[in-house]
Design a protein around this ligand. Structure first.
Ligand SMILES: [Zn+2]
Length: 328
């Protein structure tokens, strides 16, 4: 029996939460790995379709930093006389609504784009932003992955190489500091975590940390083993994020549970995310050490204590178990 067929995967009103949440919540059951696998492939197309009509919410954070929410990963915007700086590009289909939202913050042209990593829901808009006159900066592995076709095994999805206009024109390997709009931006490469191309962006004066997809607030994270990600890497990156912030720091996750007043987070929630990752990693590792197969481990529900809080969006408990299993 297909659990998926019991679920209406309507493209109308789809949001990135709905595919997985509907499958989990409506059926009240878990997807097995192959079902989660098939479903994950749909997510890529559905995220693009949803972005074509989803509203873009504007959240002003602190000083001249804001968030645009609603087109793939959270987009941070730094406004000022040097031109707007975008952290991540969202999905191309949102172009008109992203422009409208950005114009509501200020009339500064968009001049700079920094990609937190290579994934499509953070770089799909690179090409149109380049056409607006934007210079694109990213880690050298983002450059490498966008230049060539990529297969993401756990999405069962092949991404073609990007057009040259979408490829970063400036790259760095470890750290880089920029001064724009009277703000210091510190970019730092993580060791392989969600992918091998992840960077954090710190807005020093505003005391804001954008974690890219090393941090999914209130939801299980995707881990892209095909381009260098691992559960241990994402735990290590989370420890680095916790060490980098104070109780006053505003923390921007790559993704978050939709429908909240604000998409941003803090040190306490980062610590809860770390505790969830470590506990599930240990549960899965223990079962695997004792010889259980992936299917047996999924049946044992090693995420059960966390599913009510973390398992309601995009990455189902079964898919997350599969992702952890690969790395222990
Ligand atoms: Zn990602």
């Amino acid at each position: 029996m297909s659990l998926i067929s019991n679920t209406t995967l309507s493209r109308r009103g789809f949001c990135t939460c709905c595919v997985a949440a509907a499958s989990f919540a409506v059926t009240g059951a878990w997807l097995n790995p192959s079902q989660a696998f098939a479903e994950a492939r749909d997510i890529v197309d559905l995220i693009r379709d949803d972005a074509a009509k989803a509203p873009i919410k504007v959240h002003k954070l602190r000083r001249n930093v804001s968030i645009l929410e609603g087109s793939g990963g959270n987009i941070a915007v730094l406004t000022g006389g040097d031109g707007k700086v975008f952290i991540d590009a969202g999905i191309t289909a949102s172009r008109s609504r992203i422009l409208e939202a950005a114009n509501s913050l200020s009339r500064d042209p968009i001049k700079h784009l920094i990609n937190t990593h290579w994934h499509f829901d953070h770089t799909d808009g690179n090409q149109w932003l380049n056409a607006e006159g934007v210079a694109i900066l990213a880690h050298e592995n983002t450059h490498k992955h966008l230049l060539a076709a990529q297969r993401v095994e756990d999405w069962d999805f092949n991404f073609p190489s990007s057009p040259l206009a979408a490829v970063p024109t400036e790259v760095f390997s470890s750290e880089k500091t920029l001064t724009l709009n009277r703000s210091t931006l510190h970019l730092k490469h993580y060791d392989p975590a969600h992918t091998d191309s992840d960077i954090s962006v710190t807005f020093t004066e505003a005391d804001i940390l954008h974690c890219g997809d090393t941090y999914w607030n209130g939801i299980y994270p995707f881990i892209d083993y095909s381009t260098g990600g691992s559960i241990d890497g994402i735990i290590k990156a989370t420890e680095a994020n916790i060490a980098a912030v104070s109780d006053k720091t505003i923390v921007i996750p790559g993704h978050n549970l939709p429908g909240h007043d604000s998409p941003v987070s803090n040190k306490t929630e980062l610590a809860a995310y770390r505790d969830m990752l470590v506990a599930i990693r240990e549960n899965v590792a223990r079962l695997k050490r004792h010889g259980s197969s992936l299917d047996e481990i999924i049946t044992a529900k090693p995420t059960a204590a966390f599913d009510a809080k973390w398992g309601q969006f995009l990455i189902t408990p079964a898919l997350f178990t599969r992702l952890v299993y690969q790395g222990v």
